[in-house]
Design a protein around this ligand. Structure first.
Ligand code: G3P
Ligand code: MG
Length: 256
């Protein structure tokens, strides 16, 4: 793999699969995104207690499964037995929490691109990046349709150490534009990221312009209202992460 191969970002990425239509971070969610012609999916990865990378968003199991307690304190053998679909809808009853490996298999089968968000349990920022990239780089072979992102600087720093040539994105979130970090240019440079992935609440037109002026592709999350999507596209946003990839695709000014 060479540095000269640049990332081929899509206009739309399905958030946690297609989270408006299927349980987040599941194989069914990935398949739903593919059915809706979403070109890429965004998924969250973290480690079980015994270091198996799984797709999961929260620190704890309660919201999206029939289990309880911290993911970081639960072995995969127990995670594997949990049910992760009923909370979303009875028609999804019986769905399991996938391993990263299982998810990559489905993503590749559907020929999707992937924004893999490293979402470590607290204190596991380095391990999660190491294990995730170890699994990922053994299975994935196209550096133009993958983006490794994280809010955690240690995870991105580790990604630079263990898989420098795999494209990274720096996630920046917040409640309002006042939360824009002053040092984002230095951070992006230090972490050697290819993209800036910015929360919709903090992305002002000025911030967007500054990011574009610095030469970074700009990704915004999570945008489900078509009017907002158009507004962000007019600001120069390259890629929209959405729970409803079908609705955003229908309404964007330019989807190519
Ligand atoms: O990667 C974009 C977005 O997923 C970040 O926030 O909490 O939905 O993982 P969250
Ligand atoms: Mg995420």
């Amino acid at each position: 793999m060479t540095q000269s191969m640049s990332i081929n970002l899509p206009k739309i990425i399905g958030h946690r699969g297609a989270a408006a239509y299927a349980p987040e971070n599941t194989l069914e969610g990935i398949a739903t995104a593919a059915e809706m012609q979403a070109p890429w999916v965004e998924l969250d990865v973290k480690l079980t207690k015994d270091n198996i990378p799984i797709l999961f968003h929260d620190e704890t199991l309660e919201r999206t499964t029939n289990g309880s307690g911290a993911v970081a304190e639960t072995d995969y053998a127990d995670i594997q037995n949990l049910e992760a679909g009923s909370w979303f809808g009875e028609s999804f009853a019986g769905i399991k929490i996938p391993t990263l490996e299982e998810a990559l298999d489905v993503i590749l089968t559907h020929n999707l691109g992937l924004n893999l968000e490293i979402k470590p349990c607290h204190g596991r920022e380095k391990d999660t990046a190491e294990v995730t990239l170890d699994v990922l780089t053994q299975i994935w072979d196209d550096p133009t349709n993958i983006l490794i992102s994280s809010f955690q600087h240690v995870s991105l720093e580790t990604a630079v150490e263990v898989a420098q040539d795999w494209p990274r994105g720096l996630l920046i979130g917040g409640q309002t534009p006042d939360d824009q970090p002053e040092n984002w240019i230095e951070l992006a440079d230090y972490l050697d990221v290819k993209t800036l992935n910015i929360g919709s609440n903090i992305l002002s037109a000025d911030f967007a312009m500054d990011i574009i002026d610095e030469g970074y592709p700009l990704i915004v999350y999570t945008v489900n209202d078509p009017m907002d999507a158009k507004r962000f596209q007019q600001m120069g946003v390259d890629t929209i992460i959405t729970d409803a990839p079908d609705i955003i695709a229908e309404n964007l000014i330019n989807t190519h």
